[in-house]
Ligand binder design. Structure first.
Ligand code: KG4
Ligand code: ZN
Length: 341
């Protein structure tokens, strides 16, 4: 099966061509530089960029895959959740293509696409579902932080999620307090590499609670109060590195401890992680160390598939079509608040 997938849920315009589990192309046009000026994603600008970019990005994906539109067997697109007008661009464009080409259409849940992205591996990347094991999966990005129990392929339920800010949002907001450029997560990660994670003590939210939920708003607030009292600290480069490392340690310890606790409790053999924050060096290292110590297989999303991309949407869509799941109508609407069921 040859399938085209389009993703426009936030600030990346992406198109990918998938054939029989292989990613033939995955073009991602990021708007990071556009939004950096405003310190965050501006929905109106994102929509305009998606409108401008979806066709050239889709043409580039088809060209890179050496596939003509007539050779496509199916079309997929992210249906939700995400920024409503941004979602609408890719979703409606994909529906129009499916209608014109008379091909089956499938709307995909963005978090579900992240959830299965650790099962895409290799160079060039391909689906590795033959190695599938029941797992506890951590999805961490700028918009979402959740733990999911994946009992079997396409059979999952959410264990817990963030009660307020997502982990990536916490990285970005703390970075802004420190004065780092947007998006702060990668920059904070870079500075933390040369800092002392034990220099300052920040709260590990909900770490001792017997649930699988997260909360990062309090951590961000405690950094704000800390900086109000210790503003001189920002004049010293090493203190900034120590602060970055200390905040990162609080976030990563919370994520890793809760993920491993859920995996132990549910008796699964495997742990997976995906989403933009799963690029974080310390999170990847600590998950690897703990999983090795406790005998869990660890599958991390490949670095270029951590952030938003259409390859993960296409791989999941093809899997669903092979399991003969229901199709989506070509006149169905986006689901901007779609909850992962
Ligand atoms: O998955 P993603 O591209 O978009 C959403 O769906 O939100 O994730 C973007 C988020 C941003 O908050 C960004 O700061 C964070 O992922 N991020 C990181 C790192 N790389 C990206 N956070 C911490 N360390 C990183 N290395
Ligand atoms: Zn995402």
């Amino acid at each position: 099966m040859t399938l085209l997938a389009i993703e426009t849920s936030c600030d990346e315009t992406s198109a990918a061509v998938i054939r029989d589990g292989h990613v033939l192309s995955n073009i991602v046009s990021s708007q990071i530089r556009l939004h950096a000026e405003y310190g965050g994603v501006v929905p109106e600008l994102a929509t305009r960029e998606h409108l401008r970019n979806w066709l050239p990005v889709t043409q580039a994906a088809l060209r890179a895959a050496l596939v003509e539109p007539a050779q496509l067997d199916a079309i997929a697109a992210t249906q939700g959740p995400g920024l409503p007008n941004a979602l609408m661009v890719g979703f409606k464009a994909a529906q129009a293509l499916a209608f014109a080409l008379r091909k089956p259409f499938l709307g995909i849940h963005h978090h579900e696409a992240h959830l299965y992205s650790p099962w895409v591996a290799g160079d060039p990347p391909a689906a590795a579902f033959a190695a599938f094991e029941p797992n506890v999966s951590l999805i961490v990005s700028g918009g979402h932080t959740m733990l999911v129990h994946v009992r079997a392929e396409l059979d999952h339920h959410v264990l817990g999620s963030t009660l307020d800010d997502a982990a990536g949002e916490c990285f970005d907001k703390v970075a802004k307090l420190i004065g780092l450029p947007y998006p702060g997560g990668p920059e904070l990660d870079r500075l933390a590499a040369e800092g002392d994670p034990a220099a300052y003590d920040f709260p590990r939210p909900l770490l001792r609670e017997a649930n699988d939920d997260f909360s990062f708003a309090g951590l961000k607030t405690s950094v704000r109060y800390f900086l109000q009292k210790n503003s001189a600290l920002l004049d010293n480069a090493q203190s900034i590195r120590d602060l970055c490392a200390s905040v990162q340690a609080a976030i990563v310890e919370t994520l890793v401890t809760k993920t491993l606790r859920a995996a132990r409790r549910l008796g699964v053999p495997c742990v997976t992680a995906s989403g933009g924050v799963s690029c974080n060096r310390s999170l990847r290292e600590d998950l690897a160390a703990w999983c090795a110590r406790e005998g869990f297989t660890l599958r991390l999303a490949a670095k270029d598939l951590c952030a938003d991309n259409a390859a993960m949407v296409g791989i999941l869509a093809e899997r669903k079509l092979l399991h003969t799941g229901p199709l989506t109508d070509v006149d169905a609407e986006i689901e901007s608040r779609w909850v992962l069921g």
